[in-house]
Design a protein around this ligand. Sequence first.
Ligand SMILES: Cc1cc2nc3c(=O)[nH]c(=O)nc-3n(C[C@H](O)[C@H](O)[C@H](O)COP(=O)(O)O)c2cc1C
Length: 332
Amino acid sequence: MSDLKTTYLGFRLSNPIVASASPLSESVERIRQLEDAGVSALVLPSLFEEQISLEGLAFDSDLSRGSESFPESLSYFPDMTDYNLGPESYLELIQEARNTVSLPVIASLNGVTRGGWTRYAKLIEQAGANALELNLYALPTDPEETATQVESRYEELVRDVRETVSIPLAVKLSHFFTAFPNLARRLDAAGANALVVFNRFYQPDFDIEAQEVVPSLALSHSYELLLRLHWVGIVYGHVKADLAVTGGVHTAGDVLKCMMAGARVAMMTSALLRNGLGHVRVVLDDLTRWMEEHEYESIRQMQGSMSRRSAANPSAFDRGNYMKVLSSYVLR
Ligand SMILES: Cc1cc2nc3c(=O)[nH]c(=O)nc-3n(C[C@H](O)[C@H](O)[C@H](O)COP(=O)(O)O)c2cc1C
């Protein structure tokens, strides 16, 4: 029997499939179902900075950008009470989840600003979360703000939270960085124990009749994994932090690719929303079958085997691949 065990954020996990943040973990009942389905850890839906700040209206300038006044900017944000629970109930969910399941429960905070919400990082720790994922989903819309400033803000935020809590800290990022390997290293040095790559960017659509910008959320497909494999493969070996893939993990083949690129875990949401929780078992069985057929004894054995460092031809990750791909297209 192949050994599917891996480690993530210091936890020994029975297999590399982790449920990423989504409504699938919004209640204790659902969390129990995730455990029964076979995931090895789970991330709770994010508690949003806006939810925390609404109480005290202690917004930082970031969130009021694009509006004249703070109260006006509030209208941009949906009523979050339907998405998750609000700060107090969130802490209760952590406690209940910890009392109910034996999987590591990773809480998630979504914020962009320093300050106020480090308080919640502390409360989340006190509520008993096994680890905390910082979901850094900020959109730099201010033409005055430089890439260096954005990155420094992230770095300081991670450092602030690191100084506030002692539970393991994961950082979930978008892929919009000019020099991702450098940022990865800086976040690593700032105290991130894991980097979760990458947040999906939910581009709003335009309703041309109503002339309105409308939110759109479509579930992912496996092809979105390629971007993640590329950057995990490049960063692997350059940071101490564990690497986790989120975005486009649907099949056992996808999980294997994540492992070979250098990830410790492969996270799933869309695949579970689309196929139901029974899909976890299907993927785990396929994973075991593939490993047996290919004589792999353990997941650990393959982690990083196809990273840029280990690749027989590292240029496949670089500019060489760009030229090769373009010239490989055959005109009909
Ligand atoms: C309905 C829904 C809700 C989500 N809520 C959160 C959230 O609260 N926090 C977060 O970090 N990611 C959230 N995500 C993103 C997922 O955790 C995941 O990163 C993303 O869907 C990409 O993975 P996938 O291809 O497996 O779906 C959500 C995704 C969906 C579809």
